[in-house]
Design a protein around this ligand. Structure first.
Ligand SMILES: [Zn+2]
Length: 343
């Protein structure tokens, strides 16, 4: 077997990992959910939950109205356990109410733009990604793996049999209903390993990241408070210098310089691209061919052209056509050995 052929195949079949934060859900429902409800940032969130009075009675040291700051302080004090539970319940109720709009969202496009070798890991609690997954799985079953790094209101699991899935489902072994996943907060000390389900999701992320050829960070800015998450990402990624072949892509509305400085420990100089719009990303321009495109462009020196890009305001039937053809092509070729047409 040709050595170069093997090398090329190895690169092209490596995972594309997408890591998402709150900004991705905002991009998924820019005009609000099915009922016009908008996702909100952590500032002013306590008020939205109707918890301001309860919180102001606590006489906290922080005068911030940011959920992370308030939660961090409450979590550190055992006498506030009831308040913490109450806060947790209102957060669950709030996010559970979100319903994905009827037309395709960025989450539908995103899931369809990746393959089974890839991973979408999210910090978000809202159910939108799972709702998108449920409907795009009617278009193809060849979809990426999912990981929920801070838990999710729609995810449940059976700890005993290590099965996870939609909260409404039952464990396929003991037939008991799944228990809701724990919601983790972006605070300094999170004890990710306290429950097996969260630990497994992080294990999956580490495993995919260690093999990844391309990483997209979508609407996530590695908050300074989330020390444990950043440390685990660092450990999984292995430092920017060791990974000089690989590429980073950012989709974020934040200013480029500010964003890159928060990720400086991960990003090898110049090996990144930045866009404020999902439809300008490799995912939308080269759906299901992102690692092929990266290899052909950087190592085969092809001027790759986007033949089947995803564009804004496509219908599900448009997506079904494009993805259907791409899946047929994938089945015809050995996995990861598709060469993109040159421009
Ligand atoms: Zn079970």
């Amino acid at each position: 077997m040709d050595k170069y052929f093997e090398y090329e195949k190895r690169y092209k079949s490596r995972p594309h990992v997408v890591l998402m934060g709150a900004g991705a859900s905002v991009a998924a429902i820019p005009d609000g959910d099915k009922n016009g409800m908008k996702t909100s940032v952590m500032d002013g969130f306590i008020e939205k939950l109707g918890m301001s009075e309860i919180i102001s009675d606590l006489k906290l040291e922080t005068d911030s109205n940011n959920l992370e700051d308030i939660y961090a302080e409450i979590a550190g004090k055992p006498e506030y356990k009831n308040i913490r539970d109450e806060l947790d319940n209102s957060i669950r109720d709030y996010f559970s109410a979100f319903e994905i709009p009827n037309s395709p969202t960025v989450y539908d496009y995103l899931l369809l733009s990746l393959r089974e070798k890839d991973l979408v890991a999210t910090f978000n609690w809202d159910p939108l990604l799972i709702q998108a997954y449920q409907r795009v799985s009617k278009i193809t079953s060849k979809l990426p793996d999912l990981a929920f790094l801070h838990g999710n209101v729609l995810v449940g699991y059976c700890l005993e049999h290590k099965h996870g899935g939609n909260l409404d489902n039952i464990c396929p072994e003991c037939y008991k209903p799944f228990s809701p996943s724990r919601l983790l907060y972006p605070i300094t000390q999170k004890n990710y390993n306290d429950d097996l389900y969260t630990a497994d999701n992080w294990k999956a992320l580490k495993n995919y990241l260690s093999k990844a050829y391309l990483v997209t960070i979508f609407g996530y800015s590695a908050p300074k408070t989330d020390v444990e998450a950043v440390d685990m990402l660092k450990e999984a990624w292995g430092g920017a210098i060791e990974r000089n072949m690989e590429d980073f892509e950012f989709i974020d509305i934040q200013d480029e310089d500010a964003l890159i400085s928060t990720w400086s420990e991960f990003v090898h100089t110049h090996h990144y691209s930045y866009t404020t719009n999902f439809f300008e990303s490799s995912l939308a321009k080269f759906p299901r061919r992102t690692t092929e495109e990266l290899f052909d462009r950087t190592q085969n020196c092809h001027w790759t052209s986007a033949e089947n890009p995803f564009t804004q305001s496509m219908t599900f039937s448009d997506l079904r056509n494009i993805v259907g053809n791409l899946v047929i092509e994938e089945e015809k070729h050995r996995d990861g050995f598709i060469t993109l047409p040159s421009a």
